[in-house]
Design a protein around this ligand. Structure first.
Ligand code: BJW
Length: 306
């Protein structure tokens, strides 16, 4: 059976064709079929911690080692993952349509790796592969740091590095059956022991030589990057009209990101939502003339953007 009702597909594609100024707002659900977990709902826990509670300046201050383990793990997983067909379809649409702009809340780098034109991609919440100094007086920052692990102490432990845990022994036995290589342990599982970490083992700022480096992502209570906000405002102000906003794989609960749906609507945009869960539509809901496509973004997005 078709994954998208044919009548809705046709009405959306017709409108997409005639649309000139288009926004896409992306969230974690876009990368779900690449194997990366979302924040809210199933998969939103890292060990015993709510992912949302680790994404704060307070958590970093209280336990920088734990927060770095969380982000180092996510850097590693994002590098191992591949962009899915939805990332590719969006990148193609962005190249094809002049008045297209993507606002991504994702920090995993998958849109970039799918070839999304960089001048049409705004990273609202930064990137796992940017790092910066955590000291307020130091302005050190670095982009596209793909070193994995970023420091040796943050390497993902393997069954060989920790042969004592039950999990490790089980993994080691399985591994023997398949390959001779050491197998990485799943440190997102609370039953797997985390390696000991000392503060002096964490990445340190090469400029001030004092502060700890931190991931270049936007935590709760922090400002989104000024130049990103300015660029988006500029794009919004370029014209009186926005034709369409496509909202993909986001719970649309985090601001100011979610506010762009209303901002677009105020300029005439019709809204198309792609989500696994019908309850997760932007706050103001959907109106007549809007679309809701339910299912995996990895399947739906390439279908509707064809
Ligand atoms: C699928 C699928 C599949 C699954 N296919 N779909 C106005 C009102 C109320 C509060 C505020 C407000 N303005 C600001 C605030 C405070 C706060 C906020 O918004 N709080 C709300 C939660 C209430 N905002 C901030 O603090 C922001 N800063 C700010 O406003 O600064 C100004 C300021 C400063 C100082 C004082 C005062 C003001 C910053 C927000 C930063 C968010 N950062 C994070 C972490 C990034 C780093 C990291 O990755 O670790 O960003 S939090 C997390 O949420 C991450 C995400 O980008 C973001 C959004 O989540 P997303 O992508 O929507 O994921 P999920 O999991 O929520 O949803 C996944 C969806 O996919 C679900 O709908 C599934 O159904 C679906 N799905 N599989 C399709 N296969």
């Amino acid at each position: 059976p078709p994954i998208v009702p044919p009548a809705e597909l046709e009405s959306f594609q017709q409108y997409l064709k005639s649309s000139k100024r288009i926004l896409a707002l992306l969230g974690a659900g876009l990368s779900a079929s690449s194997g990366l977990p979302t924040f809210r709902g199933a998969g939103g826990l890292w060990r015993t911690h709510d992912a949302m509670q680790l994404a704060t300046p307070e958590a970093f201050k209280a336990d920088p080692g734990l927060v770095w383990q969380f982000y180092s793990y996510r850097r590693h997983m994002a590098l191992k993952a591949s962009p899915n067909r939805a990332h590719v379809a969006l990148a193609e649409l962005a190249r094809r349509k002049e008045g297209f702009m993507t606002l991504s809340q994702n920090v995993d780098g998958l849109s970039q790796r799918a070839g999304h034109p960089r001048d049409k991609l705004q990273l609202l919440h930064g990137s796992l592969f940017d790092v910066k100094c955590s000291e307020f007086f130091c302005d050190y920052s670095e982009q596209n740091n793909f070193t994995d692990p970023i420091v040796p102490a943050l390497a993902i432990p393997t069954d060989e590095s920790d042969p004592t845990s039950h999990e490790a022994r089980k993994a080691a036995e399985d591994a023997l059956k398949h390959t001779q290589e050491a197998r990485e342990l799943d440190i997102s599982d609370e039953n797997v022991k985390l390696p000991e970490l000392a503060i002096r083992d964490l990445p340190r700022c090469p400029k001030c030589k004092h502060g700890l480096l931190r991931p270049g992502v936007v935590w709760f209570g922090e400002m989104l990057p000024r130049d990103t906000l300015d660029d988006i405002e500029q794009w919004m102000d370029d014209s009186d009209r926005i034709d369409l906003i496509i909202v993909i794989g986001t719970s649309a609960k985090v601001y100011p990101a979610a506010g762009y749906v209303d901002a677009a609507r105020m300029k005439g945009a019709r809204v198309a939502v792609v989500n696994m869960d019908r309850a997760d539509t932007p706050r103001s809901g959907l109106y007549s003339g809007d679309w809701f496509f339910q299912g995996d973004a990895g399947e739906i997005v390439p279908e509707i953007l064809k």
